[in-house]
Design a protein around this ligand. Structure first.
Ligand code: V47
Length: 362
């Protein structure tokens, strides 16, 4: 098949036998014919989730875009006092939650800028109030970078800070803030941000106390395959240790309105290589997410043939991170019926899930 040269044949055999790829093998696979990557990733996906593809009913809360950091890839962050900065009051945030009372949402995704003043006690109180309005929805909140900042500021240990937020109702942590773990690339694209070790340590601690988390990579800027594989390898190693990750989300760098726009964007072919390689390499991750507000709907659908088994959620036009960076959907929102149609059109079986990938009973 594919007139394969010997270097790919041994990789195909390994994937068929569910054997783990080394870093060197991953770099060979990254350059394989695209159809072969799709085939191998689909085999791994089907072993894990058959023909099923998941989605959820969710919405985001982005309390503020004021951020103490200034990551070069970010189109969303503003310094305090900027005319287009926002910093919603608690009342405004709770009104956003109220507006979703009858939406059937099972997840509230809360992330924003790292605000200099809002502290962990403010956020714990906010989560309690959010949960009072929508007790049936899980709160997935704060990147490891936001968490490290608020926990450090309060003089708490990661364990005590996370336990406080868990007690308030934070049930999961999203995968943001990981960017690229390679220290030299990180220093170029987000020099002030918390380190790779900080990110990994926060997720390790979350897993230890029973909070499940996701992981991301920000790819398609100044990094290369070696950096991407190193990133996947650090995640695979942590997952071996804790088993606490649910999903991996490859985030394609979108280039509009930020200070590295000149690097442009990679092709959809590159997106598929990244998605497929992640599916094959991260053999211990249950799910790979094709995040449609970032990829666009069509690319997200294609990613299902390259190992992704989750489309994320209905969103309800509640996130600005990607629209501000030039993504296709300037007001991202889909109904559950839209999500199901996209998944069926791609040849898979839609399953509405909750945050923990339990099917939602209709
Ligand atoms: O960490 C910011 C990324 C992330 C840009 O866990 C950009 O379910 C591309 O992590 N181009 C935050 N990416 C979003 C995130 C996320 C999204 C969806 C689902 C989940 C989950 C997590 O967004 C940041 C950064 O890597 N980002 N700016 C940009 N211009």
């Amino acid at each position: 098949m594919f007139g394969l040269s010997g270097k790919y044949e041994s990789l195909v055999e390994k994937v068929d036998r569910s054997q783990r790829l080394s870093r060197d093998e991953a770099s060979v696979l990254a350059g394989a014919p695209l159809a072969l990557l799709g085939l191998l990733a689909s085999r791994v996906k089907e072993r894990k989730s058959g023909r099923e593809v998941y989605y959820n009913r969710n919405f985001h809360i982005e309390p503020t875009n004021i951020c103490v950091f200034n990551c070069r890839f970010c189109s969303y962050r503003r310094p305090a006092g900027a005319s287009d900065a926002w910093d919603y009051s608690e009342e405004e945030i709770l009104a956003q939650v109220e507006a979703h009372r009858d939406s059937g949402a099972t997840e509230i995704h809360i992330v924003g800028g790292v605000h200099p003043q809002h502290d962990i006690y403010y956020y714990a109180d906010l989560i309690r109030k959010v949960k009072r309005i929508l007790p049936q929805a899980s709160v997935k909140a704060f990147t490891a970078i936001e968490l490290a900042y608020m926990i450090d500021k309060a003089g708490l240990t990661p364990h005590d800070g996370l336990a406080l937020l868990k007690e308030a109702g934070m049930e999961a942590i999203p995968g943001g803030g990981a960017e690229i773990f390679d220290e030299a690339i990180r220093a170029r694209i987000c020099p002030e941000k918390g380190s790779s070790e900080t990110w990994l340590a926060m997720h390790r601690e979350a897993h230890r106390i029973g909070i499940s988390t996701n992981a991301t990579i920000l790819y398609g800027h100044v990094e290369n395959w070696e950096h991407r594989i190193d990133h996947l390898d650090r995640l695979r190693t942590l997952q071996d240790e804790t088993g606490g990750f649910n999903a991996f989300i490859p985030l394609k760098y979108r280039s509009r309105h930020n200070s590295m726009s000149e690097v442009g964007e990679v092709s959809v072919v590159e997106d598929m290589r990244m998605t497929a390689l992640a599916r094959v390499y991260l053999d211990n991750f249950p799910h790979i997410k094709a995040y449609w507000p970032m990829f666009g709907k069509t690319t997200a659908q294609i990613a299902l043939a390259f190992g992704a088994d989750d489309m994320d959620g209905t969103i309800d036009d509640s996130t600005k991170i990607y629209s501000m960076a030039g993504a296709e959907d300037q007001s991202p929102a889909m109904t559950a019926a839209d999500m199901e149609r996209l998944i069926r059109d791609a040849g898979y079986l839609p399953v509405e899930r909750d945050t923990f990938y339990n099917p939602v009973k209709k």
